[in-house]
Write a protein that binds this ligand. Structure first.
Ligand code: APR
Length: 170
């Protein structure tokens, strides 16, 4: 069910990709930029109709030129030192994205490492929060997922999620 892999999120042949977006939902750098480049200009046009998105929440669009049918745009917290409920907001992104995927009727979904790039969330702190949120949600919520994949863009990120997975005992 839960896979942790090295790769490019835009290459994943899953039904929904989760984007690490910003509150405007109008694109950016990092994985947000990669998804918009791969999906084509219709993605930004669709996003522009959504009225933005709060931190910790998600909004979805079609995937347009992506293999994936949907993009679920999640807005992660900007790291502020750990005293601004960043962990709660980060966990909320993963849980809300999984719930949105159920609403959309998808069975395969892929995530990036939300907030650990431009948003500065320390990787060693984000990985356990992300994996605990995903595994707890999958264990307690009704769903039809056959694959939940966390796609790491570099080996440092991969190692952090693998270490977090080992620590979870999963
Ligand atoms: N596939 C998978 N992961 C990727 C890709 C990609 N093509 N490109 C970058 N990443 C990884 C980064 O290496 C990092 O591990 O995604 C993780 C999240 O980094 P960011 O994309 O910078 O996202 P985040 O830290 O959540 O910051 C969001 O950056 O791009 C802007 O518009 C976005 O303002 C928002 C902010």
């Amino acid at each position: 069910m839960l896979e942790i892999t090295l790769g490019d999120l835009t290459d994943q042949q899953v039904e929904a990709l989760v984007n690490a977006a910003n509150p405007t939902l109008l694109g950016g750098g990092g994985v947000d930029g990669a998804i918009h480049r791969a999906a084509g200009p219709q993605l930004r046009a669709a996003c522009s109709l959504l009225g933005g998105c709060e931190t910790g929440q998600v909004k979805s669009t079609p995937g347009f030129e992506l293999w994936a049918r949907y993009v679920i745009h999640a807005v992660g917290p900007i790291w502020q030192g750990g005293q601004a409920f960043e962990d709660v907001l980060l966990a909320s992104c993963y849980r809300a994205a999984l719930a949105e995927g159920v609403r959309l009727g998808v069975r395969t979904i892929a995530f990036p490492s939300i907030s650990t790039g431009a948003y500065g969330y320390p990787l060693a702190l984000a990985a356990p929060v992300a994996l605990a949120a995903i595994t707890d949600w999958l264990a307690t919520q009704p769903h039809g997922y056959t694959l939940v994949r966390l796609v790491c863009y570099d080996t440092t990120t991969l190692a952090a999620y693998q270490a977090a997975e080992a620590a979870l005992g999963h």
